[in-house]
Write a protein that binds this ligand. Structure first.
Ligand SMILES: *Cc1c(COP(=O)(O)O)cnc(C)c1O
Length: 376
């Protein structure tokens, strides 16, 4: 492990070659006719959007997709030319930044289309947008129908607006509901196409849908968690692997007599003569406080249970059954599981959440260390 710029042993190691390979697998699965938009919102699910963007573009991403304007502008400040897409709503008063930074925006109203076209005219450029259609999730977009169709037809008259794409999002409730959503989307697209519109990109599939429902891929997919190696699919399969290892090192060992406690409130007390190790990571660094008493780290390839209350910056594990643990020894908090550590999936089950939640909750404090850059 390299010495870190944050002068501590708790780091998040990210294997860029694994991300690259995952992305190639996604592209191969989808075939040459389907463009892959790489979802890198929430700082690329904790992986560091700016740093991994280049790897994903090298692997053939058609777009980098984020949730917010500030995420888009962060990417734009480093990569002047990469196509960047905002999946979410941008309030009117910020739309001029979208144009100045030549970002592609999600819209669902004539009013925003007109504003974007006007700003684009001033900048002597073209505003690129994808139309959002609400097929049931009731999160963003207008429902497909006459009112939306008329609004869209008015948009086509705007001089500096390019309607590059159209998309929707699945609730992934069950096959029947998915089918309903998918057909409501494609029927609406067909209506617009009969009106003379044509869309370079049509998309509805996230990570789960693009594996489980190949027939929904249209000509673009929007995977996020799949890139980061999460297996959330149920029907299909793709052998993507996690690229993150969350690592730390033992700070100190304590020998306890039966009855002695550890950490606040002594919620854990030694039942036998015990050796416990203090680790310099806490709930601020990642993992939820609710994992205490349930999770473990891997030391010398063995499971060391997290005991007592997890503190903000430190936690304690029981190493009584692991021979010869010493200060400075490596402790693996999260990984792909091959080294005996918890996976994000296991941690999510133990804390009652989902895999994405574990990844995006990795703290900003641990330094990200990037290894195996395929472009080097
Ligand atoms: C976050 C998001 C995605 C990616 O979701 P995953 O489940 O991580 O693949 C795709 N589309 C939209 C609109 C999103 O908000």
């Amino acid at each position: 492990m390299k010495t870190t710029g944050t002068y501590r042993d708790t780091i998040i190691e990210i294997d860029l070659q694994k991300l690259y390979d995952n992305f190639l697998k996604i592209r191969e699965m989808n075939g040459p006719d389907v463009s892959v938009m790489a979802v890198v919102k929430a700082d690329a699910y904790g992986h560091g959007a700016v740093r991994i963007a280049r790897t994903l573009m090298d692997a053939g991403a058609a777009y980098l997709a984020v949730a917010t304007l500030s995420e888009a502008m962060e990417l734009r400040s480093v990569y002047p030319d990469y196509p960047v897409f905002i999946l979410g709503h941008t309030p009117d008063q910020y739309l001029h930044y979208v144009i100045e930074n030549h970002i592609t925006q999600t819209i669902f109203s004539y009013d925003q289309a007109r504003l974007l076209s006007r700003y684009a005219e001033k900048q002597n450029t073209i505003a690129k947008v994808h139309l959002k259609v609400d097929t049931g999730l009731h999160r963003l977009g207008q429902v497909p129908g006459e009112a939306y169709r008329k609004e869209i037809l008015r948009m086509t008259k705007l001089p500096n607006l390019e309607i590059e794409g159209i998309f929707s999002h699945l609730a992934l409730t069950n096959r029947e509901e998915n089918e309903k959503q998918f057909h409501s989307f494609t029927d609406f697209v067909r209506t617009l196409e009969r009106d003379g519109l044509s869309f370079q990109y049509k998309h509805i599939s996230d990570s789960i849908a693009c594996v489980d429902y190949p027939e929904y891929r249209l000509n673009m997919v929007r995977p996020g968690s799949l890139i980061y190696g999460m297996h959330s699919f149920h029907l299909g399969y793709l052998p993507v692997v996690p690229a993150v290892r969350f690592l730390t090192r033992v700070s100190e060992l304590h020998r306890l007599q039966p009855g002695e406690g550890v950490s606040y409130d002594y919620v854990w007390r030694a039942q036998r003569p015990s050796i416990v190790a203090t680790l310099p990571f806490g709930y601020v660094d990642g993992l939820f406080r609710s994992i205490q008493g349930k999770g473990y780290v891997s030391i010398h390839g063995e499971k060391a249970p997290l005991i007592g209350v997890m503190c903000m910056d430190q936690c304690i594990v029981d190493v009584t059954d692991i021979p010869d643990v010493a200060p400075g020894d490596l402790a693996i908090i999260l990984s792909d599981g091959s080294d005996g550590a918890m996976t994000a999936e296991e941690a999510s089950k133990l804390t009652g959440t989902i895999k994405n939640d574990i990844l995006v909750s990795l703290g900003t404090r641990p330094e990200r260390i990037y290894i195996n850059d395929p472009s080097e």
